[in-house]
Design a binder for this molecule. Sequence first.
Ligand SMILES: CC(C)(COP(=O)(O)OP(=O)(O)OC[C@H]1O[C@@H](n2cnc3c(N)ncnc32)[C@H](O)[C@@H]1OP(=O)(O)O)[C@@H](O)C(=O)NCCC(=O)NCCS
Length: 160
Amino acid sequence: MSRERRTPAASRVVMTEIVLPADTNNYGTIFGGRLLALADKCAAMSAVRHCRRPVVTASFDRVDFLRPVRRGYFVVLTGEVTATFRTSMEIQVTVEAEHPERGERQTTCLARVTMVAIDEAGRPVAVPPLEFDSEDERARAERAAERRRQRLARRDLEAF
Ligand SMILES: CC(C)(COP(=O)(O)OP(=O)(O)OC[C@H]1O[C@@H](n2cnc3c(N)ncnc32)[C@H](O)[C@@H]1OP(=O)(O)O)[C@@H](O)C(=O)NCCC(=O)NCCS
């Protein structure tokens, strides 16, 4: 019997948005918060594609904005699940700015988001394990495990 393989590629989401005036600051470039909201949405859809359940955002790693994105540019976000744990998933979202006429793209930021699958009562529930198409993907998931350890240590340290 065939079934959908739960690989990073199967979870991939590509979202394209245009930067409108309402998305920009006084310098004509996109608000960082707007970009984070788009990355969150992209990560959530990717996580749902993997586990086919509702998810919530547990954590956003530090995000560096490498270059500004100007009004009128396209923002292309690509999200995919890089690792699964018991109830949580790490999703990597890369954000590129595309010049609308020339089509050139430049990476603007990379966000790593942890999403947790939940049941009807909002309790965390187990997700299916990620399957890999390559050794690179497997190695990437191993690196994600170390990042998860650091996130949880930080959460426990910063709990108030
Ligand atoms: C995320 C949430 C479901 C975790 O619930 P919890 O009661 O702390 O449950 P647990 O401690 O069992 O954690 C569940 C999973 O979340 C992970 N997790 C929790 N906090 C985390 C953090 N800060 N960073 C990374 N992973 C985290 C745990 O590692 C665990 O994953 P695992 O099962 O794969 O090991 C809960 O804190 C919540 O609902 N938060 C609000 C989410 C929300 O509203 N987000 C929108 C933006 S505010």
